[in-house]
Write a protein that binds this ligand. Structure first.
Ligand code: PMP
Length: 400
């Protein structure tokens, strides 16, 4: 009965790793993965995460019962505080509902399904370009996906005019997906002044912000500044959605731990919204997993562990920033034509190099360097020892 089924294409991002794994070359380099690697190229489990896991294992009173549909209550409270700030007026007024979900992706999907069912305007605007999963998530959630201009390939920076024009032309009430920080794949974020203009425009048109926060603390090393755009939109008293992921900032990728928060007009609306979120979640996966959320809650509620996390988080962010500088210097020292300053200006895990698909294919074939065909490289996958190889490959690709 399944003989008619055609082979589906590999996911464009995950497929990069599949190709990398098949390559036998000793110099092969995987810059496609969106996961942190140490200077030695190894995955990292944070010390504070190990510590939290040890505490959890040693606590004999812990059981493996199901969590409620909305997840671990402590985790939800602490996650809302982390993203909106300790003194957030929306939290104090009880008008935020937060549900634990399956990392960033699951939170976006639950939010999308909720909007598809209960929100009057079914159009969501996503930046062009954006993380490849966004259009699929929201289409399957029943929303109609449109895009707004975001990136200018000429300047390798923000197309701010284009963005304002497209948001200004969106139907009133439309949903707008916003990367809270460290835009993926471009690494280009608006400045605080630009956020303020975006906020004013969106609120004046009644556009509903849906923030995707996959890199809080991972972009700048500072949890508060990476959440600033979201907090600006909370401070004006308006409504919004926010999807949070602990994949990158706590290195909990495979634990699938994240949260969806919806900031509502008042506490009564928030409790009704939560009751409907339960109806979205129950038939989807019943309730979320326990372990990852317990790790996060253990760390966030203990002052010392929280401080330890911030130090480890900053050291990941700093290593990535240092890779940007090392690559930039290596390209300059080779006298490679063109302006490569975007490498040090862009923010977060990825650099949008500006290399075209032919140059990417050349680098993969000749230098065994793997990345997505849009020229996005993961700075977290680089180390001091691999920067020269990458710089040589870029040199050869652009002067070919
Ligand atoms: N949003 C963006 C922009 C991302 O880059 C990612 C991870 N690549 C996610 C959401 C979701 O990741 P996860 O589901 O692993 O938390």
């Amino acid at each position: 009965v399944f003989a008619h089924i055609v082979l589906a294409p590999e996911d464009p991002i995950l497929g990069v790793t599949v190709a990398y794994n098949k390559d036998q070359s000793p110099v092969k380099l995987n810059l496609g993965v969106g996961a942190y690697r140490t200077e030695e190229g190894k995955p990292l489990v944070l010390n504070v995460v190990r510590k939290a896991e040890q505490l959890l294992v040693n606590d004999q009173s812990r059981v493996k019962e199901y969590l409620p549909i909305t997840g671990l209550a402590d985790f939800n409270k602490l996650s809302a505080k982390l993203i909106f700030g300790d003194d957030s007026p929306a939290i104090q007024e009880n008008r935020v509902t937060t549900v634990q979900s399956l990392s960033g992706t699951g939170s976006l999907r639950v939010g999308g399904e909720f909007l598809g069912k209960h929100y009057h305007e079914r159009t969501i605007y996503i930046p062009q370009p954006t993380w490849g999963n966004h259009p699929k998530i929201f289409t399957l959630a029943g929303l109609s996906v449109k895009s707004y201009r975001y990136y200018n390939p000429q300047t390798k920076g923000l197309d701010f005019e284009g963005m304002l024009e497209d948001l200004g032309a969106a139907p009133s009430g439309a949903i707008v997906l916003i990367h809270a920080c460290a835009h993926n794949p471009t690494g280009v974020d608006p400045t605080v002044e630009q956020w303020e203009q975006i906020r004013t425009l969106m609120r004046s048109k009644g556009l509903l912000p849906f923030f995707d926060s996959a890199y809080q603390g991972f972009a700048s090393g500072n949890l508060d500044s990476d959440a600033q755009p979201i907090r600006m939109f909370v401070a004006d008293g308006g409504e919004l959605l926010a999807a949070q992921s602990y994949a990158k900032n706590m290195g909990l990728y495979g634990e699938r731990v994240g949260a969806l928060s919806i900031v509502c007009r008042n506490a009564d609306v928030a409790s009704k919204v939560e009751s409907q979120l339960k109806l979205v979640i129950r038939p989807m996966y019943s309730s979320p997993p326990l372990h990852g959320a317990s790790i996060v809650a253990t760390i966030l509620k203990d002052r010392n562990m929280y401080d330890e996390w911030k130090v480890e988080l900053k050291s990941m962010a700093d290593r990535i920033i240092s890779m940007r500088h090392q690559l930039f210097d290596a390209l300059n020292s080779r006298g490679i034509p063109g302006d490569w300053s975007h490498i040090i200006k862009q923010i977060g895990m990825f650099t949008f190099t500006g290399l075209n698909p032919e140059q990417v294919a050349f680098m993969t074939k000749e230098f065994h360097i793997y990345m997505t065909s849009d020229g996005r490289i993961s700075m977290a996958g680089l180390s001091s020892s691999t920067v020269p190889h990458l710089a040589d490959a870029i040199h050869a690709a652009v002067t070919r």
